[in-house]
Design a protein around this ligand. Structure first.
Ligand SMILES: *Cc1c(COP(=O)(O)O)cnc(C)c1O
Length: 318
């Protein structure tokens, strides 16, 4: 067993795990929720776990500035901003309001706003946002790489914190479920380290790990397979998962990343009104809408876990 990578403590773990009484009955499932919206760190969300390892790595490499990229309304950049300022690191991020997949083109429908929400929090935290006009994700990655070249002692973190270390955080987080075994684990999947970590944690078990896609690129799981190769080396896992072994449901993406869908807006309302829990329009609302659809068509059954990944500040974006 290789040595565990170093970490700095940021989140209050284990996060709560509890049953969803209303939806269990409504969807004829034994439905549970894992509350990573309640990590207790910088307004919650799945990125805090990844940052425990990513920031430890940045500090071990004597970085002075951390550079990343994402959408203007990124939950990752908000949590990274908090972690950086706590450890005396500058936080620089290249952002676009609505980066898109070149093949699909720029979305035309109503999408999450680029003011308010996370941007307010980024300002409080002192994040240095470099704004660029909307374009393909690849162009955004290029802008981030150019910033890294300009800044001495810069530590670069890929979009969403999705490196093997980010995935390691979710490989570890799976242990919080202890002896509870689920037939399905379902969550919002985007840059892929949440999905990759969980998929490796349950590889070879009967538990099926299903991501609900928030981006329209069907080839996105090729990136997950690559992150997984790095993770497999970190944990000494013999079987490396192929792209096709990551279960992904693309049925809830709608008009693209960050684009509102009626289905997810309805899921957000129902979850808030019936269980007192908020979901967000970019990720967790689409994921829960996907779970409801899968339950309705009988594709999932039994004991199911919805892993809430956070994202609540986007509800206040305009
Ligand atoms: C980033 C994010 C996700 C997706 O997680 P990845 O590890 O990037 O796939 C899901 N939900 C929320 C709220 C997020 O901020």
């Amino acid at each position: 067993m290789p040595e565990a990578p170093p970490k700095v403590p940021l989140v209050l773990a284990p996060t709560p795990l509890h049953k969803l009484p209303y939806f269990s009955q409504e969807l004829s499932l034994d439905l549970w929720i894992k509350r990573d919206d309640l990590t207790g760190f910088a307004m919650g969300g799945n990125k805090g776990r990844k940052l425990e390892f990513l920031i430890a790595d940045a500090l071990a490499r004597d970085a002075e500035v951390v550079v990343t990229c994402g959408s203007t309304q990124s939950n990752f950049i908000r949590q990274l901003g908090a972690a950086c300022s706590m450890f005396g690191l500058r936080c620089v991020a290249a952002v676009m309001d609505t980066p898109f997949d070149g093949a699909a083109g720029k979305p035309l429908k109503k999408h999450v706003g680029s003011r308010g929400g996370n941007v307010v929090l980024d300002e409080i935290l002192g994040v240095e946002l470099h704004r660029f006009p909307d374009d393909d994700w690849e162009v955004l990655y290029g802008h981030a790489a150019a910033l890294v070249d300009q800044l001495p002692n810069a530590y670069s973190i890929p979009v969403g914190g999705s490196s093997p270390l980010g995935a390691y955080a979710f490989y570890e987080a799976a242990k919080e479920l202890k002896e509870s075994t689920f037939d399905w684990i379902i969550f919002a999947s985007s840059s892929g380290s949440t999905h990759t970590g969980l998929a490796y944690a349950f590889d070879g078990t009967p538990t099926k790990v299903l991501g609900i896609a928030c981006d329209p690129e069907p080839e996105i799981t090729a990136d997950f397979a690559e992150i997984g190769e790095g993770l497999a080396a970190l944990i000494g896992h013999r079987h490396t998962l192929r792209s096709s072994e990551f279960l992904m449901d693309f049925g809830s993406v709608g008009g693209g990343y960050g684009v509102f869908t009626e289905e997810s807006q309805a899921a957000i309302s129902e979850m808030a009104r019936r269980e007192g829990i908020f979901l967000d329009p970019v990720y967790s609302g689409k994921a829960f809408a996907g779970l409801m659809r899968q339950a309705g068509s009988g594709e999932i059954s039994g004991k199911v876990l919805f892993w809430h990944t956070g994202g609540l500040p986007a509800l206040f974006a305009h």
